[in-house]
Design a protein around this ligand. Structure first.
Ligand code: NAD
Ligand code: MG
Length: 386
């Protein structure tokens, strides 16, 4: 029996995680849940899973939840402080990190410092401070298990092999909702159009990141720190069907890949129960039905954000954190109708150009770069506002 805490339990990854918990009542017990502001969904989850401790980052949502859940024996905390407290709940063995964005950095770090293993979906903290997070995990004797489907595929393809034999990691990318569009067509894309992902149903931020290919840029940085491999040995391959979730090439030119129908419950359950595999009652991948798989190279001209991910790693230090923060601001502005789709990449580019990078020797340095980049990107959004 594993005792788990789920950070971001009301989101796409969070609800998929609770689906696994519900399917295997003998395997998991829920000690804590957190959410941003969706008190209605969180209330339902409290009634179903009976955690001891919950937190909401939004104070007024937490107050509403306290009224509705009085008598249920649950302690309801709020704010960043509350999230950190739930993330370090003494009875938890494993923390599923599934908040979206840099907001997950301090709670995830708190979990590591409280000696919890982490199942990591929330990739942005790895982009902001991946090296420090890995150092903290080593220092506290815990592991960070990837949930992101590509990183789970690589993790699975590395099992039983020696890291010194790895030639390169190959991350696959669906290309997102807008892959077929021309450069001109991309100018006038609406948020509704960009949110129509062909293969995955996910939160809105990551769905826009998939459409710009920034998601793959973030994943290159995530892979660099999860697997301790330099960016020069990480490649990206467009694979529209999302059946091969990623590959590892070894020195003898053998390639090992992990395949499956796109369903996040597979990588989530692997991260939660590693090295065991839970008998998930899901449809099997039928390759005769798929028939053909297709591959092509990424297009950096139409989708410059992938290149920014590589560039942020080559510059190093606080540059990935800067890129990530500018992206969060720009995606938000696009979703709110404030800027054009193509302005997302422009805002990130300009913010990175204006940034003077520093070594990330403490979390505060990463957080300071994050704050600086948010302000810079906000001012660029205002200047571009339609
Ligand atoms: P989502 O928007 O569906 O859910 C986000 C969760 O975080 C919600 O519970 C929300 O209440 C909470 N939250 C939002 N802002 C917060 C804040 N400021 N403070 C505290 N909590 C906050 O997002 P998602 O699609 O589940 O993605 C979560 C993370 O997992 C992201 O980093 C994403 O890149 C990563 N990821 C998601 C998928 C997927 O299939 N959805 C796949 C791979 C990686
Ligand atoms: Mg992914």
């Amino acid at each position: 029996m594993k005792t788990v805490v789920i950070l971001g339990s009301t989101g796409s990854i969070g609800t998929n995680t609770l689906d696994i918990v519900q399917r295997f009542p003998g395997e998991f017990r829920v000690a804590g849940l957190t959410a941003g502001s969706n008190d209605e969904v969180l209330e339902q989850q409290i009634r179903t899973f009976r955690p001891r401790l919950v937190a909401m980052s939004n104070e007024s949502a937490a107050a509403k939840l306290r009224q509705r859940c009085s008598g249920l024996g649950v302690e309801i905390l709020s704010g960043q402080e509350g999230l950190v407290q739930v993330a370090s709940a003494p009875e938890a063995d494993l923390v599923v990190s599934a908040i979206v964005g840099g907001a997950g950095l301090l709670p995830t770090l708190a979990a590591i410092r409280a000696k919890k293993h982490v199942a990591l979906a929330n990739k942005e903290p790895m982009v902001m401070a991946g090296k420090l997070m890995q150092e903290e995990a080593r220092r506290h004797g815990v592991r960070i298990f990837p949930v992101d489907s590509e990183h789970s595929a690589i993790f699975q393809s590395l099992e039983g092999h020696r890291l010194v034999d790895v030639r390169r990691l190959i991350l696959t990318a669906s290309g997102g909702a807008l892959w077929p569009l021309s450069k001109e067509e991309l100018q006038d894309v609406t948020p509704e159009r960009a949110l129509q992902h062909p293969n995955w149903k996910m939160g809105s931020k990551i769905t826009i990141d998939s459409a710009t290919l920034m998601n793959k840029g973030l994943e290159v940085v995530e892979a660099r720190w999860l697997f301790d491999i330099p960016e020069s040995r990480i490649d990206v391959l467009i694979h529209r069907e999302s059946i091969i979730h990623s590959l590892v090439e070894y020195e003898d030119r053998s390639m090992i890949a992990q395949l499956g129908l796109p369903d996040m419950r597979t990588p989530i359950s692997y991260a939660m129960r590693y090295p065991e595999r839970l008998p998930l009652d899901l449809p099997s991948l039928d390759l005769t039905e798929v028939g053909k798989l297709s591959f092509c190279k990424p297009d950096h001209e139409r989708f410059p954000c992938l290149g920014l991910g590589y560039e942020s790693l080559r510059v190093g230090g606080t540059m990935p954190a800067t890129m990530n923060a500018a992206n969060e601001i720009a995606v938000d502005a696009f979703l709110n109708g404030g800027i054009r789709f193509t302005a997302i990449a422009e805002i990130i580019r300009s913010t990175m150009d204006a940034h003077q990078t520093k070594d990330v020797d403490t979390i505060d340095t990463a957080l300071e770069a994050d704050r600086w980049a948010r302000e810079k990107a906000e001012s660029l959004v205002l200047a571009l506002a339609r």
